[in-house]
Design a binder for this molecule. Structure first.
Ligand code: LLP
Length: 424
């Protein structure tokens, strides 16, 4: 049987006329678990991680998976076993890391709105670092730490004011964004942090955005951060680690982001040239580790020809796959068992009562009701951003490892969706 590989999807291919992930036929997954169902390739996640590890060979780097991209316990378990730490943004994520076997000291806590309760919990557990995003947060964290008689390890997230050239909703390193502290104020805030009794300055942090497909914004941001490290250390405050955030893009639709190892070769060339090559580094990748490891399988419910548009109505919707509705994002859509013959141009849409509930527009497909489609690049920011809108239970999730299929999340029932609600 001939295998037809798909660009950007090393672990998904047509074997003859059947779309497979690793050694498993995807039509079988849909038949066994029902649809919609997310399937993730373990080999794909590990090979994405390996690209970073190659780029870091011989360097001191801790990879902290940004678990907001995909927080399923089994996914976290894979990364924890591979030595990763985690970038978290809530007490909920902290609980997930612990449930999956992650180590507290490898956790970094990001986010602009950490509550006192979250700070306390993280301090008591002994997490590795708080990435502090404002002066107000710095004062409150100091307060909480002093009351616990602890010292909170902190990095300041600095805003390098670099344009990552991505969608405005996922660009975070510009002056108008809510994230981080201004580059110009950073030294002053570091001096304040160093003077507070409940804080221990350990590093510096920066994250400029997501789905970045060029190296230049990274190289520019690195220059800005290194300038600051020089100034902060000249003021007598040692910076033990440099956290360079996440943001590396993936190939959704012919996008050509740099490979992780090549990007880091370029970054280390700069670091070496400026004398910072032997420092401790951290990174927080999310999408680039899991995005192209996942597909969402969905059944065609009806074909609905129209005067202006033909619709292909599937059983997955914006509550399962929110990225097209939120960011006009493109996901490739393929039949798991292609038919012979003519395709037509259709809008692939879900059953939710919103015109914004579309998954793909103007796609050439030859499909009929009952066929199964695969929505690609669905490993990141799909299930983790899913909702119960229209009282739709969340989809099931499976992990594919060679020829094994593990159910890693059960499909939600209607009763699950109103658990915890009360009649009066
Ligand atoms: N570190 C911080 C502080 C972040 O805010 C993020 C993502 C990451 C790391 C991981 O970035 P990544 O490597 O995944 O690009 N929902 C949007 C993406 C939102 C990203 C939020 N922050 C989407 O579906 O495109």
């Amino acid at each position: 049987m001939t295998a037809t590989n798909l660009p950007g999807q090393p672990h998904i291919a047509y074997q003859g006329n059947t779309l497979c992930m690793e050694g498993v036929a995807l039509p079988d997954v849909a038949a066994q678990f029902g649809t919609p169902v997310f399937a993730y390739s373990k080999a794909s996640m590990l090979s994405a991680l390996a690209a970073y590890q190659r780029g870091f060979a011989g360097r001191k780097v801790q990879i902290c998976y940004a678990m907001k991209a995909n927080a399923n316990l089994a996914v976290l378990q894979i990364f924890a076993k591979a030595g990763c730490g985690f970038d978290i943004v809530s007490a909920g994520e902290l609980a997930r890391v612990l449930a999956a076997g992650g180590q507290p000291e490898k956790i970094i806590f990001s986010g602009v709105g950490k509550t006192r309760a979250e700070m306390k919990q993280a301090l008591e557990l002994g997490i590795g670092c708080f990435n502090v995003e404002s002066e107000a947060e710095l004062e409150v964290l100091n307060d909480v730490a002093v009351s616990l008689q602890k010292k909170a390890p902190v990095s300041l997230r600095v805003n390098p004011n670099v344009d990552p050239k991505t969608h405005p909703y996922i660009s975070t390193g510009l002056k108008g964004n809510k994230f981080g502290v201004a580059h110009e104020r950073a030294l002053q805030i570091y001096q304040r942090a160093a003077a507070l009794p409940g804080l221990a300055v350990v590093g510096i942090d920066c994250h400029i955005g997501s789905q970045i497909t060029e190296a230049t914004p990274y190289l520019d941001a690195m220059d800005r951060v290194l300038d600051l490290v020089t100034d902060i250390e000249a003021a007598g405050i040692p910076i033990h680690h440099i956290d360079f955030g996440g943001g590396l893009g993936i190939n959704y639709n012919g996008d050509t982001p740099p490979a992780a190892d090549q990007l880091w070769q370029q970054l280390f060339a700069k670091l070496d040239a400026r004398g910072f090559g032997d420092r401790q580094f951290m990174i927080e990748p999310g999408r680039s580790l899991v995005g192209n490891a996942g597909v969402c399988l969905s059944e065609v419910v009806f074909m609905k020809p129209g005067e202006q548009k033909n619709f292909c109505i599937i059983d997955a919707a914006m509550n399962d796959l929110p990225r097209p509705a939120m960011y006009q994002a493109f996901h490739q859509i393929l039949p798991v068992t292609p038919r012979e013959g003519q395709s037509t141009v259709v809008d692939v849409v879900g059953p939710v009562c919103e015109s914004g509930d579309w998954i793909g527009r103007d796609r050439e497909l030859n499909v009929q009701a009952g066929d199964t489609l695969a929505v690609l690049s669905a490993g990141a920011y799909c299930m983790s951003m899913s909702s119960n809108y229209n009282t739709r239970g969340r989809a099931a999730e499976v992990l594919i490892d060679g020829t094994h299929v593990h159910l890693i999340r059960e499909r939600e029932t209607a009763a699950d969706t109103f658990k915890g609600e009360h009649l009066v």
